[in-house]
Design a protein around this ligand. Structure first.
Ligand code: SF4
Length: 430
């Protein structure tokens, strides 16, 4: 048990502090409208199975949400008790409950017959898993197609182990599989099969939840040097190294390195803290604005500071000077019109990413915007410009966090269900 986990008694005691508000701010603050006061009330009485059943009705990934959601800005940030004292630690309670339930296996879900239609889901990140879980519970036969050797997408390869253990993600995925969802691994859309193949195979709808796999990069002199890396690729390499798929020297940050990170979102925080764990002796996050506009959660920033990460505000990197092999000599930074050289060994870019175009280029009729994000409509929610093909999560440029990807996917799942029901109804009338 991690020291930040509750014991059973501590969890019940914390749940008993909840006021069970008539108009609960916590629920309003939750992007997926989780029925927080209801499950906390069950938890306070020691009814773990009931509490879990209430959570399962809104969330497919409670153990994940309990760990990586921005509680400070969402449920806990809106808890009435936080106005004068301490908000209920909702994230920690959710995490306790989800872990406890996985170990004890107390909640048992009713699994409906899969008679409403067949849905193919491309990608097994938070959006794909949410679609799969929701549609399976609604009576659809769902198959997930994942290009990696393991399911989980960015949950497994984009969030470091210390924040979200892979074992927790695997546990959540096996719960989704128990709902009857089939997962095909090592199979890449646009290469091994196309969207048209899926329709020819009898699927009624296809969901694209492939996220943003292509990182953005700065256009500055020297940026092509091998000592400059992308945060999502660095995190992925570390993850593959930790899982035994890569050797230590394939992870670009080594012992004693001085590392600079460009960007100030959660991925930048993850890359900074991971670099320290990989032995970097100095890690500096460089951001062109100030702390009040950073997209990282305050808690992530605080943890990074506590671990020794330094921050340079109102500063941009304007040039990179390469050194031997994969090492850099220095970067040139600019602040208030003044430039100076900063010696670093590695530079990691964490300035966001955009979708890959593999599926779009092999499928007729799916329009994207000028930045490559898939365009979708509101009715049926999430359908692309191609009939029967839906999209959600990061590939659509809407959500920015795990829970927002889940929120969006829940609405798309509803859109897919309505679409398939309508098409089947038309077929019976004609
Ligand atoms: Fe409980 Fe806080 Fe939600 Fe009120 S706002 S129901 S006290 S968690």
């Amino acid at each position: 048990m991690s020291p930040i986990d509750y014991t059973l008694n501590e969890a019940i005691k914390e749940a008993q502090r909840c006021l069970h508000c008539k108009v609960p701010g916590c629920k309003k603050g939750c992007p997926i409208n989780n029925d927080i006061p209801e499950w906390i009330a069950q938890l306070a009485k020691g009814n773990f199975g009931n509490a879990m059943t209430i959570i399962n009705a809104r969330s497919n990934l409670p153990a994940v949400c309990g760990r990586v959601c921005g509680h400070e800005r969402q449920c806990e940030g809106n808890c009435v008790l936080g106005k004068k004292g301490e908000a209920i630690h909702i994230g920690k309670l959710e995490r306790f409950l989800a872990d406890f339930d996985s170990e004890a296996g107390w909640s048992h879900e009713y699994i409906p017959e899969k008679s409403r239609g067949r849905v193919a889901v491309i990608g097994s990140g938070p959006a794909g898993l949410t679609i799969a879980g929701d549609l399976s519970r609604k009576g659809f036969a769902v198959e997930i197609f994942e290009m990696e050797a393991e399911p989980g997408g960015m949950l497994k390869f984009g969030i470091p182990e210390y924040r979200l253990p892979k074992e927790v993600v695997s546990r959540e995925i096996s719960k989704i599989e128990k709902l009857g969802v089939k997962i095909h691994l090592n199979t890449t859309a646009g290469k091994d099969f196309t969207v048209d193949d899926l329709f020819a195979d009898g699927f009624d709808a296809v969901f694209i939840g492939t996220g943003t796999g292509v990182p953005k990069r700065l256009d500055i002199p020297g940026i092509e040097h091998p000592g400059v890396r992308q945060a999502i690729r660095f995190l992925r390499r570390v993850s593959l190294y930790e899982s035994g798929y890569m050797s230590r020297d394939e992870v670009v940050v080594g012992d004693g390195d001085r590392v600079a990170i460009i960007g100030c979102g959660n991925t930048a925080m993850d890359a900074a803290r991971t670099a320290l764990r990989m032995g970097a002796k100095e890690v500096t996050v460089i951001y062109h604005r100030y702390i009040d506009t950073m997209s990282a959660l305050r808690a992530e920033y605080d943890d990074a500071v506590a671990e020794g990460v330094k921050f340079l505000w109102n500063t941009t990197v304007v040039a990179v000077k390469g050194g031997e092999g994969r090492h850099l000599q220095s970067i040139t930074v600019e602040s208030d019109g003044k430039r100076h050289e900063m010696p670093v060994d590695r530079l990691i870019q964490a300035i966001g990413s955009v979708p890959a175009s593999r599926i779009i280029s092999t499928t007729e009729g799916i329009d994207v915007n000028e930045r490559g994000y898939v365009l979708t409509r509101d009715t049926p929610y999430g359908m692309t410009t191609r009939k029967g093909v839906f999209a959600g999560g990061d590939v659509t440029d809407r959500p920015a966090t795990v829970v927002h990807a889940m929120q969006d996917a829940k609405n798309v799942a509803e859109g897919i269900a309505r679409y398939i029901d309508a098409v089947k109804l038309m077929e019976t009338i004609e």
